[in-house]
Design a protein around this ligand. Structure first.
Ligand code: AMP
Length: 417
């Protein structure tokens, strides 16, 4: 017997309903906000991610699933943003649509150490709005994420926001962090010592207690933002205020990927019992479109981890039973006749099934009950003779004989009442 690959999950039929609900709810809300779905491939040129996320990031250094085919290196996508910007440029959408709003849903792959809430194949639901630097789109995107969480009935989360500023400001922020940390290098964990030169932002996310203690003493201040970036951030906050969206400004929220500039944000949930408690996160990436060969333009997006949403939503309620019509046949001739009855019901759009395990009447009735059937049709010798079936209404335990040529209408009417 084979086992699934560690860090992957089978989403079984009784769980899939929750996933379908989340997807359906999301699509509805995306549509209301005028976002269109985009479906890039799951594999990309590995260099796309190295270039976009940054050579020194954890994802690129340790977590990419690489596929080597002859001379080519592909990667299973670890995130959606880089692929979507690639698709935007490769399909000339910067020339035809210029400002676009995309949403996407699907699996992502990261070779992390598997644990609760951290998988090697997980799922994102996210958006990318490409082609605008206006702070009002930041507000729309953060508000949209908030609307989604409310629509998923998730409570107990908080919104953290920060601004990293433009690339120049980011350099200044890097300098401030290095200045604060340089005398304490020896107290940092070995990973953070390596991060000091390569990607100092990541030290702020380290879960090591000693690193966290040091980080808690850093005073970043807000002097690193240039006047334009400071105004941008002010307008984002004012927009969120005007919509009544509660958030905390968190100077230590920096996000480790190279492409982020200006606004960054995170949706945290305290009760997941995870080391990493983010339901989702995102931010602006104003330099990325140009970095990947496109025009100078702004962009912003976010992604939720669907498995984390699932943890936050609690145990999904027992799946609602469908109004299934279940046919029980007695004897070979009835079984044969039953094929046609089933086909006719399905043709009429009625959800119908039968027993393929040759069960006794009692066992078949039990099965119908387990399946949550609304009606059971019994077809025995008497019914065959009369060209009819016995229809048992499982809700109120009544039954009546119905001619086959009236069955579709009868069930359709009952279904309405
Ligand atoms: P990131 O691109 O790392 O900011 O991820 C966005 C969201 O995806 C996170 O906030 C998590 O909810 C989710 N996520 C990221 N990595 C994983 C993972 N390995 N397993 C499960 N969910 C993840």
């Amino acid at each position: 017997m084979f086992n699934r690959v560690p860090g992957t999950k089978d989403i079984l039929p009784d769980q899939v309903r929750w996933w379908q609900d989340i997807e359906r709810t999301s699509r509805k809300i995306f549509s209301i906000h005028n976002y269109q779905e985009i479906r890039p491939p799951l594999i990309e040129d590995a260099a796309l991610f190295t270039r976009s996320l940054g050579e020194a990031t954890e994802i690129v250094q340790k977590q990419m699933f690489i596929i080597k085919r002859e001379e080519d290196l592909y990667a299973l996508r670890p995130e959606g943003t880089a692929s979507i910007v690639r698709a935007y440029l490769e399909n000339n959408l910067d020339k035809t649509g210029s400002f676009v709003k995309f949403y996407y849903m699907g699996p992502m792959f990261r070779a992390e150490r598997p644990q609760k809430g951290r998988l090697r194949q997980f799922h994102h639901i996210g958006v990318e709005a490409i082609g605008s630097k206006e702070p009002e789109i930041d507000v729309e995107v953060i508000a949209l994420a908030d609307t989604l969480l409310k629509a998923y009935s998730i409570q107990g989360y908080s919104i953290l926001i920060n601004s990293l500023g433009c690339p120049k400001d980011k350099k200044e922020l890097t300098r401030i962090l290095r200045d604060n940390l340089k005398d304490k290098l020896e107290q940092l964990c070995p990973d953070c010592q390596a991060r000091f030169d390569k990607n100092v932002f990541r030290i702020l996310d380290c879960k090591n207690e000693s690193c966290q203690n040091i980080v808690s003493q850093i005073n970043i201040g807000n002097t690193y933002l240039c006047p334009d970036c400071a105004v941008h951030f002010q307008r984002v906050k004012a927009g969120l205020d005007s919509l009544g969206i509660k958030y905390e400004t968190s100077p230590k929220l920096v996000r480790g990927l190279d492409y982020y500039t200006r606004t960054v944000f995170e949706f945290k949930h305290g009760q997941l019992g995870l080391q990493q408690d983010a339901l989702g996160a995102g931010g602006r990436y104003d330099a990325l479109v140009k970095e990947l060969g496109g025009p100078e333009t702004g962009a912003i997006g976010f992604a939720f981890g669907v498995e984390r949403l699932n943890l936050a939503a609690g145990t999904p309620e027992a799946a609602l039973k469908d109004n299934l019509v279940y046919l029980v046949t007695l004897g070979e001739q009835a079984r044969f006749q039953g094929l046609k009855i089933l086909a006719d019901l399905r043709q009429a759009g009625i959800k119908a099934d039968t027993d393929y395990e040759n069960k006794s009447l009692k066992a078949a009735m039990r099965k119908a009950n387990d399946l949550g059937a609304g009606f059971v049709l019994i077809l025995g010798d008497d019914e065959l003779k009369d060209n009819a079936v016995m229809v048992k209404d499982m809700k109120n335990s009544t039954q009546e004989k119905v001619p086959l040529d009236k069955l579709g209408d009868y069930l359709a009417n009952k279904g309405k009442s």
